[in-house]
Design a protein around this ligand. Structure first.
Ligand SMILES: NC(=O)c1ccc[n+]([C@@H]2O[C@H](COP(=O)([O-])OP(=O)(O)OC[C@H]3O[C@@H](n4cnc5c(N)ncnc54)[C@H](OP(=O)(O)O)[C@@H]3O)[C@@H](O)[C@H]2O)c1
Length: 279
């Protein structure tokens, strides 16, 4: 039995679909099973990572957990992550495959790094998946592209190595189902960097519509970003990160290829997979 948190999210949904297709028994965690809209045959269970005790009843017989972390506040994370990890350890120590972030390797105070340390300290077997950025971030431009194609956003020259959410899911399923990946940390990226302005052009080509990048200031998007990301501090760190990526492109690794034996998918492939979201 495999427990999937974030089962209604971008990566988690793909993990659920892949486990289901491969015939692995799974339990899908959501705060609201009635709204989860999961594939037929998937057992949706109610739990909230903000209340770690709610996970406990669903861990019976579980040998692996797919873990995402929805809290961006480091203080909240410092309080909750050790309790969540302790619930896993007390339930027999299932393998934990955590979707962290490449930032965890650069900033030990980031919430991602705090979760990694809590999981590792609990003594359970673990695999850390550190995407640089998930291509689904580009869905934030979907309403602008649908409404005429003009994207007003800062740092068009920020070069990102965005990774397809389904490549993360494919790596996660490998790690959930094999001990070969225990105690491994993978930095998951796409096969090359693509600037934000290029991403908008590529999406336009995929949907067959003209799109335009309209460079705007960081100040103009900061309030909206703070709301979407859950904290002004997190929004500021994202803006500072994009500013840096205009001169220092994000790294590209071969970790997707190393685990899956095939190259990571390109942003062009991602856009082709998501034309419905932008049309
Ligand atoms: N976006 C990026 O570029 C990026 C980069 C590096 C790392 N990451 C990491 O990647 C992970 C997965 O991203 P994603 O895009 O798949 O996530 P997502 O689509 O934003 O999914 C959020 C999920 O979190 C669940 N959730 C929210 N609050 C919860 C709570 N209190 N308790 C339990 N579940 C809760 C939601 O489930 P319900 O609403 O059904 O409860 C939903 O399934 C994230 O943890 C993020 O930190 C993202």
């Amino acid at each position: 039995m495999i427990l999937v948190t974030g089962a209604t999210g971008n990566v988690g949904r793909r993990v659920v679909e892949r486990l289901l297709a491969a015939g692995h028994p799974l339990r899908a965690v959501t705060r609201e099973p009635s709204r989860a809209n999961l594939p037929a045959g998937v057992e949706a269970v109610a739990a909230d990572l903000a209340d770690p005790e709610t996970l406990r009843p669903h861990l019976a017989g579980v040998r692996a957990v797919f873990l995402i972390w929805p809290f961006t506040d480091p203080a909240v994370t410092a309080r909750l992550a050790p309790r969540v990890a302790e619930v896993f350890a007390a339930a027999g120590g299932p393998r934990v495959v955590y979707v962290s972030a490449a930032s965890a390797g650069e900033d030990p105070d980031s919430f991602w790094a705090v979760v990694e340390r809590a999981v590792a300290a609990s003594g359970v077997p673990w695999t850390m998946l550190r995407p640089t950025g998930i291509a689904t971030n580009a869905l934030g431009w979907a309403s602008s592209i649908r409404a005429g194609g003009v994207v007003r956003w800062p740092y068009g020259g920020a070069a990102r190595s965005l990774v397809h959410e389904d490549d993360i899911a494919a790596v996660a399923v490998e790690a959930l189902t094999s001990a070969r990946h225990d105690r491994k940390t993978y930095v998951l990226t796409g096969p090359r960097t693509v600037t934000q302005a290029e991403q908008v052009r590529i999406i336009g080509e995929a949907v067959g519509r003209e799109t335009k990048w309209l460079e705007t200031s960081a100040e103009a998007v900061r309030p909206m970003l703070a709301g979407a990301m859950g904290s002004p501090e997190f929004a500021d760190s994202a803006l500072a990160g994009w500013a840096r990526l205009t001169t220092e492109p994000e790294p590209v690794t071969g970790d997707v290829q190393a685990v899956l034996g095939r190259p990571a998918r390109t942003f062009e492939q991602w856009a082709a997979d998501h034309t419905a979201d932008f049309s």
